[in-house]
Design a binder for this molecule. Structure first.
Ligand code: FE2
Length: 552
């Protein structure tokens, strides 16, 4: 069974291709269009499909649209508020539903030859849930989906067992933990549905001074759902204009919202555990990208294992919808083994891009050793290797790498990326060394949890230690990521530290680099010392860029 999954309704349009239960390709439209999040999250953009991502998924498998058995669209217009006379009412809700219903026709325009009758609508939260329980390698688990909204709800709590999902609770709108967090994001001067992770980062600078107000307004219900009454945030702290213009009170608001979210998630998870006795919790939905809350759940919660879908935001519903449809058709859906599901380029293709750009480059005997020389020389390296990552995190395929021993590298990288200086950068570490340095859920291959830095290490790797003494680590298993593991070894031989800074390869406001041209544009415009692209190294003429270069 060949299923194309499509997410288009709100934001982060994406496509995924599942063939006989195996995920062969998945990509977000933003990586092709170079427009962050793909489109604006407004009803009149619902018609916009992940056209380039879908075409690439098919091309990757050598398929034509007519070869597909099903297209799974991660929103069910039958479950949504129905359009009546005025589609502009209720913030254009009717228009969104209408556009979703017309998706099969839009799809046949975008993918000529596609039979519109093979398009299936998968409920939004079922798609999120499927991306989680099909991702985890366990015969049964509970699943918790929490996001801004789907058709009419904002949450799903279920039990995956014996090949079926029992939905145990589903909170209806207007109550929404995701929308509450989005409101706080906007109030703190950031972009809603986009910058929520900035609120999480800011929270560690504050104290939960408004906890009481949040506890009154946000409560868990005995039926496994919750209430989120609207809160006059203005009465707590004035709206911020964003960027660096924040005060201690703004950080306190961020901390209060974060702490309340953590407590509520813990209660929702506890409710699920009580009802099922399962040992594994699988999570998806945009709120599951909150790695501080995930760690709180791992530490305080009743589950032995927590698995979070790395593409937990709406992009991941493309994958989940396709997996759901494949399972419904009787295919055995394989657990997700990697987030590296995007584009890759052969050595010949990479060389052709470099030749066209007419930049000087070399082909060292070992790109890992040559890159380690630049990092140990305190250079910043743009690292472009293998397939690009599906989901918002760079996991060693499209990354900026640097030495964590120099505290100044945090500022350098935030400057490269044009980010606020309160934002942390994260460490990657070889799996077998992680326990010695970090305390928290290990392995952590997808950067979805935070960890405490063990005593004695914080001063050795100051650039990756957040203000609260935590770090959001990625563990690198040599069996899964042999090249990155070798690079970490080579770095340790030079620096004595088996850790690198890893942050996503992009500049301010742009999506992550995906193809070689993006990499060259990023390298050309950012103060980066070297670009390691496949087996090739492009150096900038800086002391670090020249590090390790052979004479003659
Ligand atoms: Fe969602």
């Amino acid at each position: 069974m060949r299923v194309l999954g499509v997410n288009a309704v709100f934001h982060d349009p994406a496509a995924a291709l599942v063939i006989d239960g195996v995920t062969v390709a998945a990509a977000e439209e933003e990586r092709f269009s170079r427009r962050k999040h793909g489109k604006r999250p407004v009803p009149f953009s619902t018609w916009e499909l992940p056209e380039a991502a879908a075409r690439w998924c098919l091309a990757e498998a050598g398929l034509e649209p007519a070869d597909l058995d099903a297209v799974a669209y991660s929103y069910d217009p039958d479950l949504a508020p129905q359009p009546d006379g005025d589609i502009t009412a209720d913030a254009w809700e009717g228009l969104r539903t209408l556009f979703a219903r017309r998706a099969p026709r839009f799809l046949t325009t975008a993918l000529p030859g596609l039979d519109p009758s093979i398009v299936r609508f998968v409920p939004h939260h079922v798609a999120h849930a499927a991306s989680a329980y099909h991702g985890v390698d366990a015969p049964s688990c509970v699943v918790l989906v929490v996001d801004g909204r789907g058709e009419r709800g904002s949450h799903l709590a279920g039990h995956w067992h014996d090949g079926r999902l029992d939905v145990l609770a589903a909170q209806r709108l207007p109550h929404s933990l995701g929308l509450l967090y989005e409101e706080a994001t906007e109030h703190l001067g950031f972009l809603r549905s986009s910058d929520e992770y900035k609120v999480m980062a800011m929270a560690s600078y504050g104290r939960p001074a408004f906890r009481d107000a949040l506890e009154r307004a946000v409560r868990v219900r005995p039926d496994g759902g919750f209430v989120t009454e609207s809160i006059a945030l203005d009465a707590l702290v004035p709206r911020s204009s964003g960027g660096e213009a924040w005060t201690a009170a703004h950080a306190d608001l961020a901390a209060s919202v974060q702490v309340r979210l953590q407590d509520v998630l813990l209660e929702l998870a506890g409710w699920l555990h009580e009802r099922t006795g399962e040992r594994t919790l699988a999570m998806a939905g945009g709120v599951a990208l909150n790695c501080v809350a995930n760690s709180h759940l791992a530490e305080q919660g009743p589950f032995e294992e927590i698995w979070v879908q790395p593409a937990a935001g709406d992009a991941g519903t493309a994958l989940g919808a396709a997996q759901h449809a494949a399972h419904a058709a009787g295919d055995r859906v394989e657990p997700m083994g990697t987030a590296a599901l995007g584009r890759s380029f052969s050595e010949a293709e990479l060389r052709a891009f470099l030749d066209v750009a007419a930049v000087p480059y070399e082909r060292p005997d070992d790109i890992a050793e040559a890159t380690a020389d630049v990092i140990a020389g305190n250079g910043v390296v743009a690292w472009f290797q293998g397939r690009s990552e599906f989901g918002p995190r760079a996991l060693g395929h499209r990354s900026l790498l640097a030495d964590p021993r120099d505290a100044e590298n945090l500022r350098r990288l935030n400057d490269v990326k044009g980010r606020e200086q309160f934002r942390p950068v994260a460490p990657m570490v070889r799996l077998e060394r992680a326990v010695e340095i970090f305390d928290g859920p290990i392995p952590s291959p997808y950067m979805l949890f935070t960890h405490r830095v063990r005593p004695g290490w914080a001063e050795r790797i100051p650039a990756v230690v957040h203000v609260d003494g935590s770090a959001r680590i990625q563990t690198v298993d040599a069996r899964e990521e042999p090249l990155v593991a070798r690079l970490l070894e080579a770095v340790e031989r030079r620096t004595g530290v088996p850790v690198m800074i890893n942050t996503s390869l992009n500049t301010a406001g742009r999506p992550m680099v995906d193809d070689p041209r993006d990499a060259l544009e990023c390298f050309g415009s950012a103060p980066v010392d070297a670009l390691a692209i496949g087996p090739f190294l492009v150096r900038r003429d800086t002391p670090a860029g020249r590090a390790g270069r052979r004479r003659g």
